[in-house]
Design a protein around this ligand. Structure first.
Ligand code: DX5
Ligand code: ZN
Length: 219
């Protein structure tokens, strides 16, 4: 089963509510929200106020990807804003175990994301309590970048690590996902595809076919 998570980073920011409603109706499985602070990554996007404003526009889970420094200080704000899953970067904290526990204590599912240069080993002692792993297939910060094939063996390795836990952990990929790269990541073991530019183009009437295009190779 493959899940599609449209990244609203590529949506029209002047009409975000409408865009979220459009992809929700077009077959999305969750809404991926990229939070960037201009510090952990060189770009700056949105925060809890915008997430709270979007919450009433969809019944799908809000999958919040925090690309921020000092995530410990902000978990409760994102939980309160209406996030269902909160994903943090392993590189952004010295205390990943404590941070995952903090997300769970806020009542939300916890994800751990790895930048392209980060080896999968950092997951070894945290996987038993993690709900989602996010493998970045570009360097985080911007939409529309080229997929990094170097991440394919990492996806396979993490899929094996997940299988050993016997737990149902989502394996998500993010960056450069297109109808060409989607089958590659799926084959490597990913089951949640985040896609921004591959979905948000051609106007709202194209979103359903853009999503179907990413899904169709697996049925
Ligand atoms: C990158 C973000 C991604 C990005 C993906 O830092 O985490 O979610 O929006 O965009 P595309 O699909 O255009 O590569
Ligand atoms: Zn993302």
């Amino acid at each position: 089963m493959i899940h599609i998570a449209p990244s609203i980073l590529s949506a029209d920011f002047a009409r975000l509510g409408e865009e979220v409603r459009a992809v929700s109706a077009a077959g999305a499985d969750m809404i991926h929200v990229d939070v960037m602070d201009g510090h952990f990554v060189p770009n700056l996007t949105i925060g809890p106020a915008v997430i709270a404003a979007l919450r009433p526009h969809t019944t799908l889970p809000l999958d919040v990807h925090l690309m921020i420094s000092n995530p410990e200080a902000h978990i409760e704000s994102y939980a309160k804003a209406g996030a269902d899953r909160i994903t943090v970067h392993a590189e952004a904290t010295h205390h990943l175990d404590r941070l995952v526990a903090q997300i769970h204590a806020s009542g939300k599912k916890a994800g751990v994301s790895l930048c392209p240069a980060t080896p999968p080993d950092v997951l070894e002692y945290i996987l038993h309590t993690t709900d989602l792993v996010l493998v970045m297939t570009v360097n985080p910060g911007f939409g529309g970048q080229a997929f990094l094939p170097s991440q394919l063996p990492k996806i396979t390795r993490i899929r094996e690590m997940i299988a050993r836990t016997g737990r149902d952990i989502l394996l998500q990929v993010d960056g450069g996902i297109t109808p060409t790269t989607a089958p590659q990541v799926f084959k490597a073991g990913a089951n949640v595809l985040v896609a921004g530019s591959a979905i948000f183009h051609g106007g709202a009437s194209a979103y359903a076919s853009n999503i179907a295009e990413l899904k169709k190779v697996y049925v």
